[in-house]
Write a protein of this length. Structure first.
Length: 177
């Protein structure tokens, strides 16, 4: 879990042009959930494509060692939330404040904000894909963790004074003042 992945399709030399196209479309369709996985077509028998496969494997491995500044992660987060703001939850906006690096292999980005526990899975995928694209993390799953800032006023309710209670009763009884 969390390892980089490269898909090598072997026996490519044994297929004719039509079969190659069908195989390519089939692999594309089956990997539609993870379009970031690089696919290489090889012929181990003749050694075709093996050199480029090893280059891609090396690139994917080193993408897991992503070294990025917090400022860059924050810039990407700001652009992503500007282009596509997080959805409202129970009539309240989810505010994503800042992001920082959480670890390597797999690259982990920690996003801080309010009400992040209510952030839909689709928006989490959007952010992970955005980080993968912007940071050029080919073939590597990006783990996105969210942390909610503690609200010191959560669970507290302002108790109404006697005067406020009297006014409320009067307004309800006689309509707006």
């Amino acid at each position: 879990a969390g390892a980089g992945i490269v898909l090598a399709v072997n026996k490519w030399d044994a297929l004719d042009k039509d079969d190659r196209e069908r195989a390519r479309v089939s692999v594309e369709r089956r990997l539609s959930f993870a379009p970031w996985i690089p696919v290489r077509h090889i012929s181990a028998r003749y050694g075709r494509g093996v050199k480029s496969l090893l280059g891609v494997v090396s690139r994917v491995y080193h993408a897991g060692d992503f070294d990025v500044q917090t400022a860059e992660l924050n810039r990407i987060l700001a652009e992503a939330t500007t282009d596509h703001p997080p959805p409202m939850v129970q009539g309240r906006a989810i505010k994503l404040r800042y992001a920082h690096k959480g670890g390597d292999h797999p690259p982990t980005v920690v996003v801080h904000g309010n009400r992040t526990e209510a952030l839909p899975e689709s928006y989490r995928r959007y952010l992970a894909n955005r980080y993968r694209d912007e940071l050029d993390l080919l073939g590597v799953p990006v783990r996105l963790e969210t942390r909610t800032t503690r609200n010191p006023y959560a669970g507290r309710r302002n108790e109404l004074t006697r005067r406020q209670l009297k006014r409320r009763r009067r307004v309800i009884r006689h309509g707006s003042s």
